[in-house]
Design a protein around this ligand. Structure first.
Ligand SMILES: [Zn+2]
Length: 371
């Protein structure tokens, strides 16, 4: 019997990056409302837990003091720090009122998830607002201010645990990779659209770690228009063998759903079927599991994908018809995608060949993938 928890509360969607920014707070509200409408938190095997703000000392497990001071000051509208020095400004990382508090609350949500899992209270905890994988110790990047993932991995390392990080967001998990690049107690695996086509322009096979961490950073870049079939196949070639070799104590995963064919930010063409299958494989591989949300910018997709992911986590098979309470507010539809995007056979061949070549190269470079 699996016991699962979701970490979420309405404070998480009270503040946001601003009107035209893709990281819309409503995404979280809709995800929470869909889970609630399905009764996902009813029963003894599922819990809804409120986040708490991360304390400064907790943020300092990863972030530098000056950066924390700068974010706090900029957040209050003060002029003491130069925004561009910390990568704030118009575009991806605008300054907004209350950004320190909301970013610290997102880290706190991941810390609550970590505590629930490491205390043995639950088998899996899912922080919907988490997965800020681009943030660096001393600057913001790709909509991410504080890196909840890097902070909780430091907490897990302090407890002597070996951590496998699996990132299925459309974008390369560059901030987390860099944070543990020279560490052999953290295996980072990121599967993403190739950096040739999208932000952040990294995540190539040749990035394999440094020093004792050599072989503990793994990247599987994929071609545009990679679909469910190629994606699931590629994931199976890399992630299960690596995790069986590494034998982690805990798996941390970033479950971004910007890989979906309707997502405005990328060019992969997954549906909820491929996404759910991969989440199911992560569950099979994880002795204990901390899951974080991540990207996903099409608001009709993200709540459904996260509900399906939580269905996997909590062993529930939610009915396909969206609950009336949710459908009345946001429009009717089905939980699972009914359509599959059309990908030209030639394009699909290119995607398959791209994935095969990357996997062959990984098998040469990564000891954990040598049979
Ligand atoms: Zn993303």
């Amino acid at each position: 019997m699996t016991i699962a928890a979701v970490i979420c509360s309405e404070e998480l969607w009270q503040t946001g990056h601003g009107e035209n920014h893709p990281l819309k707070p409503e995404r979280l509200q809709r995800g929470y409302e869909l889970l609630t409408a399905y009764g996902a938190f009813d029963g003894h095997q599922s819990r809804l837990v409120r986040p708490r703000p991360a304390a400064r000392e907790e943020l300092q497990l990863f972030h530098g003091e000056e950066y924390l001071d700068a974010v706090r000051s900029l957040s209050r509208g003060e002029k003491e720090y130069t925004p561009s020095r910390y990568n704030f400004g118009p575009g991806d990382n605008p300054i907004f009122d209350g950004m320190y508090d909301i970013a610290a609350l997102k880290v706190g949500a991941a810390l609550v998830a970590t505590e629930l899992v490491t205390n043995g209270d639950v088998d899996v905890a899912f922080s919907l607002a988490g997965g800020m994988h681009h943030a660096r110790s001393d600057y913001a990047s790709g909509f991410c201010i504080f890196n909840d993932i890097a902070v909780i991995i430091h907490v897990l390392l302090r407890q002597g645990l070996k951590v496998a990080y699996v990132d299925i967001d459309l974008h390369h998990g560059d901030g987390v990779q860099e944070a543990f690049y020279d560490n052999d107690r953290v295996l980072t695996v990121s599967i993403h659209e190739s950096g040739y086509y999208v932000f952040p322009g990294t995540g190539f096979v040749r990035e394999t770690g440094r020093g004792v961490g050599e072989g503990f950073a793994v990247n599987l870049p994929l071609a545009p228009y990679t679909d469910d079939e190629v994606y699931v196949w590629a994931f199976e070639q890399v992630v299960p063998p690596l995790l069986k070799w590494f034998e982690p104590d805990v798996v941390v995963s970033q479950l971004g759903v910007d890989t979906h064919y309707l997502d405005p930010l990328g060019h992969l063409t997954l549906t909820t079927h491929g996404y759910t299958e991969v989440v199911g494989m992560i569950k099979e591989l994880a002795p204990r599991w901390i899951a974080l949300g991540g990207g996903g910018y099409e608001t009709s997709v993200m709540p459904r994908a996260w509900t399906l992911a939580y269905g996997v986590m909590s062993d529930r098979d939610f009915p396909d018809e969206l609950p009336a309470a949710y459908a009345e507010k946001y429009g009717s539809g089905t939980l699972r995608d009914q359509k599959t995007p059309h990908v030209e056979p030639r394009t699909k061949d290119v995607a398959r060949r791209h994935a095969s070549l990357a996997i062959a190269e990984l098998r040469e470079k990564i000891p954990g993938l040598r049979q």
